[in-house]
Design a protein. Structure first.
Length: 184
């Protein structure tokens, strides 16, 4: 994940505040709730970006929609974003905050691409191998199905890709056949 310059600054400030108050997981959940609500309702695109909607009206909407769902710290963050006309940064703030929390807790997220769905035993085996490779204590796996890889798997952790797919192996064999074995 690339760091959004503005989102990362706000996320870092929120991270320090949440860590100090021992509320990392709660703050992450609340940021995800806000991002999900804004994404699902199109509130950001249809209301907050409208030039005739004042900051006071935006803050009233925030208060009405989120007060029962999130802490005052998140409400205050949203108010600051409104005042600075950076409401759209909430998505990058959430992503960057999640990355900071994962780093703090020794967690990595992995996308595992396979030709068929993984069962729990396979997920566990992949987790055991790749958490050590990634140097993390825990690996969260998202299984994506792609029949084009034929068999095997591709694992993406951050910006690294480990490709053990049959399709990749066939491509390498084809390249060697076309260009000859260069390693002679």
């Amino acid at each position: 994940m690339r760091r959004h310059p503005v989102g990362f600054r706000y996320a870092t400030a929120m991270f320090e505040h949440a860590k100090e108050n021992k509320k990392l997981d709660q703050t992450l959940e609340e940021l995800q709730v806000v991002s999900q609500v804004l994404d699902d309702t199109k509130l950001l695109d249809e209301v907050f970006k409208h030039p005739k909607v004042s900051n006071d009206v935006k803050k009233d909407i925030i208060k009405e929609v989120f007060t029962s769902q999130v802490s005052d710290a998140i409400i205050n963050l949203l108010y600051i974003l409104v005042d600075r006309k950076r409401e759209e940064a909430i998505f990058s703030i959430t992503d960057n905050f999640k990355a900071l929390v994962n780093e703090e807790q020794g967690v990595a997220e992995a996308t595992v691409i396979t030709a068929k769905p993984l069962n729990e035993e396979e997920k566990s085996a992949i987790t055991d191998v790749f958490k050590n490779i990634a140097g993390k204590q825990k690996l969260l796996i998202e299984n994506v199905i792609d029949k084009d890889i034929i068999g095997g798997l591709k694992v993406r952790i951050g910006d690294r890709i480990y490709d053990g797919s049959v399709a990749n192996q066939l491509d390498r064999i084809q390249q060697r056949m076309i260009f000859g074995n260069v390693s002679r």
